[in-house]
Design a protein around this ligand. Sequence first.
Ligand SMILES: NC(=O)C1=CN([C@@H]2O[C@H](COP(=O)(O)OP(=O)(O)OC[C@H]3O[C@@H](n4cnc5c(N)ncnc54)[C@H](O)[C@@H]3O)[C@@H](O)[C@H]2O)C=CC1
Ligand SMILES: O=C(CO)COP(=O)(O)O
Length: 339
Amino acid sequence: MTELVTSGHEAPSGWRVAVLGGGAWGTALALAMLRAGHFVRLYARDPETVAAIDRGENPRYLPGIALQPGIVATTDIAAALDGADCVLAVAPAQALRAMLAAARHHVPSGIPLVLCAKGIERDTGALLSAIVEEALPNNPVAALSGPSFATDVARGLPTAVVVAARDADLAADLAARFSAENLRCYSSDDLVGVEIGGALKNVFAIAAGAVTGAKLGASAQAAMVTRGFVELRRIGAAFGARPETLMGLSGLGDLLLTCSSAQSRNFAYGLALGQGKPLAGLPLAEGVPTAAIAARLAAERGIDAPIITAVAAILDGTVTIGQAVTALMTRPLKTETDI
Ligand SMILES: NC(=O)C1=CN([C@@H]2O[C@H](COP(=O)(O)OP(=O)(O)OC[C@H]3O[C@@H](n4cnc5c(N)ncnc54)[C@H](O)[C@@H]3O)[C@@H](O)[C@H]2O)C=CC1
Ligand SMILES: O=C(CO)COP(=O)(O)O
């Protein structure tokens, strides 16, 4: 008798998922949710984006990618959230607070809000989960993060991410519901660890792009990424992140992806910086505001973070790339394992 072979995860019954944000990642995740069997409503501020999604495209943010039918797009945030079982928050980190202010009276009580942005709030130093907990105290917070370019996910290329929530059962439930053939979601109860890795890797991606743009060599690139990871672990430890989380998809995994590919907007930003090209008009680079606040947080907490500090100083024009490299190379010598 032929045995029935079932897939690794049960097909979940469809949820009504509200995706808030009509950019590259919001649109890609809307497609991923459709493929996972959910009913998707997407809120975008911009009527042109809504009209484009209705036509089956999002040329501003995902040029050349045909969107499978099924996403219900709207500029009405209340309509997007009405009756939702789950919310994906996909505005840029610095816009999260404003978006939640618009959403908060329409989010059904008790449903999970899944953070999909990567960053730390520039003005306050708040992690994004803290912003959600302030705005929506009756909704559990989760985060979806990991090495995942929007274009790859939108095209249905195989991708693995992690879904984190303080409640391990919630994280596992969300991971099961979001997984599909081309999106494998691991779960974690280390919410802060997943957030910190995703936020800080963008700063090192800018540094990696700058190293490439300034033609400092592949050896410098590997050294920067490795020592950057040390800084990520130091700051992560100060926030209570678990080391194994930082070694996982949302930390090391995403660091490797974005530090090695010009497909990353943060890397591309750093590349332009290193080449001395104009930066105005480049796409979103979350690492820019995060570098400034991460440097400040590290200084306030006495954490040694010379690469983050250098990136922040280069971005605010206080030092040149050449000066930053000299300063980094002439720091007092130490043992490598001195974390
Ligand atoms: N694009 C990617 O490959 C990935 C992006 N992310 C993260 O997702 C977040 C969003 O990135 P993308 O969608 O790629 O950026 P994007 O620049 O493509 O789109 C951002 C969208 O947010 C909207 N927006 C801005 N402020 C808003 C507000 N106050 N209310 C409502 N909407 C607002 C914009 O109109 C735009 O549609 C970032 O934190 C990014 O790091 C995470 C993984 C992959
Ligand atoms: O976070 C990302 C991939 O995991 C996207 O990186 P960029 O925002 O640098 O394009």
